[in-house]
Design a protein around this ligand. Structure first.
Ligand code: PHE
Length: 344
């Protein structure tokens, strides 16, 4: 064992400073090699004991300086690594799948829309779409609305000033016309969309709302098919055993026409309020497509018959969750919308 001297300490310090301390494992190996029980310092301490008495003072100071420099180098390397880890997220494993990121909740209208479409999807209906800005033909004339029909009135319909033939569709029945013009029967489609009516906003009415339209055209489609389809729909949406009834009604584009009610119940005060004391709730208009409408769209009414229906999505959402004010769907109050997280 050679005698400890300054030159060797200088060399050892240079070596230590050149050692790899670039990651946690390397730093730990460094610590063991230098400060560990079998490490360099232990070795140097032993050799210090062999230093002749007259050199001890000087050599002791040199050794102390060496130890301090080594410790300072180690502390610095460690601090540097910790800062780096913090910046990277404390050495987290970035290959692990991330946790759930909260993305908000679906709008209740969207939830109900999806539920309704999936029921009709299972019955073989496909989805069709049409424009919100329409012309008179697709919203009114093609659907057999007489020239003087009140729905065309400025009070009900938003017209586009630049072009008197253009308007915001007041119902999704316009998509029926587009599809009948475009395609050959058989047709089995549902048509969701936004509609516009010039109405004062209140708890029960809004100038913008959403509908889902249905159309089924084939040979020998009868009113019994309409009723059975709507019964299956109501049972899927509101539960099996749901009772429905069809009340005679009028629409220019269906003959005969009906309103469909669902039996809600008449036990509680809420039942009475919601159903206006009847126990029944109206959820849609429907009927057999008027032969004049088929003809106007180029479908031979002697060969084909069909049924159509149209429902308001807000209406059904109000029933489903007993929401008393239609405006809640349009106000985007986060406290209202967040309540539908579980349901989505
Ligand atoms: N379009 C009608 C409405 O908006 C509903 C309807 C659709 C009625 C299809 C019959 C057939 O009130």
């Amino acid at each position: 064992m050679s005698t400890l001297n300054q030159a060797e300490l200088d060399r050892l310090l240079a070596e230590a400073k050149a050692a790899d301390v670039s990651n946690a494992d390397a730093l730990e190996a460094f610590r063991i090699a230098h400060f560990g029980r079998q490490g360099l310092l232990k070795d140097l301490n032993e050799r210090f004991r062999a230093v002749p008495g007259q050199e001890k003072r000087e050599m002791g100071q040199a050794l102390n300086a060496f130890k301090q420099a080594l410790q300072a180098h180690f502390d610095e390397a460690k601090a540097g690594l910790t800062a780096e880890e913090d910046a990277q997220g404390s050495g987290a494993d970035h290959t692990r799948p991330s946790g759930e990121v909260p993305l908000g909740s679906h709008h209740p209208i969207r939830i109900v829309r999806r539920e309704i479409l999936s029921i009709f999807d299972r019955m073989g209906f496909t989805v069709a779409d049409g424009p919100e800005i329409e012309d008179d033909w697709h919203v009114f004339s093609g659907l057999n609305f007489p020239e003087e029909h009140p729905a065309r009135d400025m009070q009900d319909t938003f017209f586009i000033q630049r072009d008197p033939d253009l308007l915001l569709r007041t119902h999704t029945s316009s998509v029926q016309v587009r599809e009948m013009e475009k395609r050959e029967p058989p047709l089995r489609i549902v048509m969701p969309g936004r509609v516009f009516r010039n109405e004062a906003i209140s708890a029960r009415a809004h100038c913008i709302f959403h509908q889902i339209e249905g159309l089924y055209i084939d040979r020998d489609v009868s009113f019994a098919d309409l009723k059975q389809t709507l019964l299956v729909f109501a049972e899927q949406l509101f539960g099996s055993g749901t009772k429905i009834r069809l009340r005679p009604s009028y629409f220019p584009f269906t003959e005969p026409s009906a309103e469909m009610d669902v039996y809600w119940g008449l036990e509680t005060e809420v039942d009475k309020r919601i159903t206006k004391g009847t126990g029944w709730l109206e959820i849609m208009g429907c009927g057999m497509v008027d032969p004049a409408v088929l003809e106007a769209s180029g479908i031979d009414p002697n060969e084909f018959t069909g049924f159509a229906f149209g429902m308001g999505i807000e209406r059904i959402a109000m029933l489903k969750w007993q929401i008393g004010d239609l405006r809640a769907f349009f106000e985007n109050d986060i406290r209202f919308l967040e309540q539908f997280t579980a349901a989505s």
